[in-house]
Design a binder for this molecule. Structure first.
Ligand SMILES: CC(C)(COP(=O)(O)OP(=O)(O)OC[C@H]1O[C@@H](n2cnc3c(N)ncnc32)[C@H](O)[C@@H]1OP(=O)(O)O)[C@@H](O)C(=O)NCCC(=O)NCCS
Length: 170
């Protein structure tokens, strides 16, 4: 398995992956419909990430297919640009095989290299697997977002988590 930065040419396989993973879990912000964007829109997103100083998209590849994606997205407003947002997903057939660890290690190393101070994320309250993963990497709960998502009319609550990378300095 290979972990690398997404390139513009990867847009088609990334969209295919997102359709698959969206249909496998209710824990993402989209379902089997995927992101409902065109290949050219996905190419634009990848290009924007490549050009942004503190953003990155890592893809895990096995047998020429994307099996996991992890993103770090920068906050462009200057006063909150010391923190970034993290998102991760792995194809269900690859859960429990270390793909999430490889992606998390890559994302956190990237953030440290860019002198990011805080990585933040939202995770559905009942997504125990993801919450355990984040806790393992030192993320701490900083809040609760009631009615964060609405799936087929049903609300899902989220836990807000932060990883403080410069803890010793505080
Ligand atoms: C969250 C996700 C990326 C984790 O990837 P994964 O390959 O399943 O990760 P792991 O197998 O390392 O499991 C993560 C941790 O969950 C815990 N875990 C594993 N199986 C579990 C289970 N059946 N029940 C509860 N916790 C479990 C363990 O603590 C594990 O870490 P450890 O075994 O090293 O102690 C993956 O499950 C996924 O893509 N889910 C759907 C999308 C998603 O939820 N993304 C996050 C949105 S915020």
């Amino acid at each position: 398995m290979e972990i690398r930065q997404a390139e513009i040419n990867d847009a088609v396989m990334i969209l295919n992956y997102l359709n698959i993973v969206g249909g496998q879990t209710d824990n993402l912000l989209f379902g089997a419909e995927g992101l409902e964007i065109t290949v050219s829109e996905e190419e634009t997103i990848i290009a924007a990430i490549q050009q942004s100083l503190k953003s990155c998209m890592l893809i895990a590849i096995d047998e020429d297919k994307v099996v996991g994606i992890g993103n770090i997205l920068e906050n462009r407003r200057k006063r909150i640009s010391h923190h970034v947002r993290l998102a991760i997903s792995v194809d269900k057939r690859y859960w429990g095989k270390g793909v999430s660890q490889s992606l998390m290690n890559g994302l956190i190393s990237f953030a440290k290299e860019k002198h990011v101070e805080i990585i933040s994320l939202e995770v559905f309250e009942d997504n125990i697997r993801a919450r355990k993963l984040y806790e393992k990497y030192g993320f701490e709960e900083i809040g609760y977002f009631k009615n964060y998502a609405k799936i087929n009319g049903e609300y899902k609550h989220a836990v807000l988590m932060n990883l403080y990378l410069n803890k010793d300095e505080n």
